[in-house]
Ligand binder design. Sequence first.
Ligand SMILES: C[S@@+](CC[C@H](N)C(=O)[O-])C[C@H]1O[C@@H](n2cnc3c(N)ncnc32)[C@H](O)[C@@H]1O
Length: 397
Amino acid sequence: MPNKNRKCTVSIRLTETEKQTLEQTAERLEFKSISDYLRHLHNEKFKDVHAPIEYTLPKRSVEVFYKTEKGTIYCGDSLGYLFNVAEEKSVDLIMTSPPFGLVRKKSYGNEDSDKYCDWFRPFAEGFKRVLKDQGSLVIDIGGAWKKGYPARSLYHFDLLIMLCKEFGFHLCQEHYWWNPSKLPTPAEWVNIRRVRVKDAVNCVWWLSKTPYPRANNRKVLAPYSDSMRDLLKNGYVAKERPSGHKISKKFSRDNGGSVPPNLLAIANTESNGSYLSYCREHNLEIHPARFPAQLPEYFIKFLTNPGDFVLDPFAGSCVTGMVAENLGRHWACVELNAGFLQGAVSRFHDKGKQPEGENPNASQYQIWAPCAVDIDESEVRVIEDGGLTRPASNKTN
Ligand SMILES: C[S@@+](CC[C@H](N)C(=O)[O-])C[C@H]1O[C@@H](n2cnc3c(N)ncnc32)[C@H](O)[C@@H]1O
């Protein structure tokens, strides 16, 4: 179908040979016309160049929903906050989990994975506007499966590439949030056809306007392992490792803990916290996609100091706001759905009350090295059709 919006023409002067070559190449590559071929060449060449962003800002700005000593919850479209309320370069950390680009949408209206970048562009512009030059943007984003077959959408990688190539953000470091309690889904590919494994990590893109945002990994140390503690106690003989790394005497200095990896192990298992009880008591909708408090806690501690300003523009049940408040940061949370905020405010009723029991950050999870279970390969074979058809019975699974 010809595009009806294409009403303009340009004529270009060519030599006979140039014209012939263009026609032949367009035909060989199966373009319908030279115009289609030239448009394709242009789009390929300039696809990464920042095109002017077209969007309309929401007419209504955000409204203050709740205030605490350190922060404010706003209700409304966060574009209103980013362009009408927030000062330019006023935010030290944007810590957020936007609606994911899901194929099977949740109750709060996820974005279509195919159109995700288009939807995100105005927010990216707003994030750049409000972030301080040495601030950080941290985006927790889950992957998605393509509809109907066992292949993954690339939308969260497209988002990352767009933020870096179009908006000039730097990828400081990707993190992965491993949720040890994640169920094996999608059942069709994981449990029934057995051709994929459990999808148990979310990507967490840590970005900033400069390669040198404020950060200090000493603020987020992990406990030493037993062997390291032993080594600190009994001393270490400096030597070269098989990898060629020279381990010097400095290795045996006690730094108060080890530098954590970029894999964050946090079980998302909250089932009886005060937020949940409050929602149940007051018959309020419980947010279906909350992240655990340890996720924002890690980045808030790592990338900001007390007194700094933290923003969550897709706030949901305001976990980020609660953590920021408890850690003495100023903060703002913006959420479109007032229903979620009615429950979220309960997080601030008992301000300062620490969860009872053990420090959840001291939890340890076990992860096996691959292939830790011995399998007889003469009996268990690869599935020849790659899961194209369903097994007749589950007997072999
Ligand atoms: C993945 S959830 C965030 C959950 C949150 N991290 C928590 O732990 O509760 C994304 C949220 O973004 C909200 N949202 C979507 N578009 C928005 C917009 N334009 N402005 C503000 N909030 C928006 C949705 O209503 C949803 O609650």
